[in-house]
Design a binder for this molecule. Structure first.
Ligand code: S3P
Length: 182
């Protein structure tokens, strides 16, 4: 596929669990004619287990190795919208690789919004803890500075997935949306 969206041969979504990377990524890919790939889904398919099962059976370290391999394999192509897992960019080599292989867009939500979205989730092993809210808060504090180093940061609080997609398209294809001249 010939990639074209602005200067972005690939679009890579990063951000904390619950920011909507998968939902937004699918819609975005449809809108711009790119192929959607979710690293967690690829890992689940390859291993034949769900993410919580992989954590339980093999541990986080093993999951991180798989995540690293999948990121590299997927981005040998262009024309991809890639949704990454929330922890992927905490590996500095992954972060650099992503920044060199596409436009990296961080979806950013407030702590309250994230908790509302994540409190009932049973599929986020990083939040399996006696105090998941505290765990979420400390992970968020550790990770936010890395997310904020993306090429672009898009706030998602109070927006529908479609509105987030509109914001992303305005960033990557500025000639098609409102032109920002400042
Ligand atoms: C993780 C986030 C998850 C998944 C795994 C680890 C993390 O992806 O990769 O459970 O460390 O934040 P989502 O961000 O899509 O929930």
């Amino acid at each position: 596929m010939e990639a074209r969206s602005g200067e972005c041969n690939n679009i890579i979504l990063i951000g904390f669990m619950g920011t909507g990377k998968t939902t937004v990524g699918k819609l975005l890919a449809q809108r711009i004619g790119y192929r959607f790939v979710d690293t967690d889904q690829v890992i689940e398919q390859e291993v034949g287990l769900s993410i919580p099962e992989i954590f339980l059976k093999y541990g986080e370290q093993h999951f991180r190795q798989l995540e690293k391999q999948v990121i590299r394999k997927v981005l040998t192509r262009t024309g991809i919208v890639l949704a990454t897992g929330g922890g992927a960019v905490m590996d500095p080599a992954n972060f650099s690789f992503l920044m060199e292989n596409g436009c990296v867009i961080a979806l950013d939500a407030s702590e309250n919004t994230l908790w509302e979205r994540l409190k009932a989730a049973k599929d986020r092993p990083m939040l399996f803890s006696d105090n998941p809210r505290e765990k979420m808060k400390s992970l968020l504090e550790m990770r936010r500075p890395v997310y904020y180093k993306a090429h672009f940061v898009v706030p998602v609080d109070g927006k529908s997935p479609q509105e987030v997609v509109d914001d992303i398209i305005a960033i990557i294809e500025p000639q098609g949306g409102d032109e920002h001249t400042e």
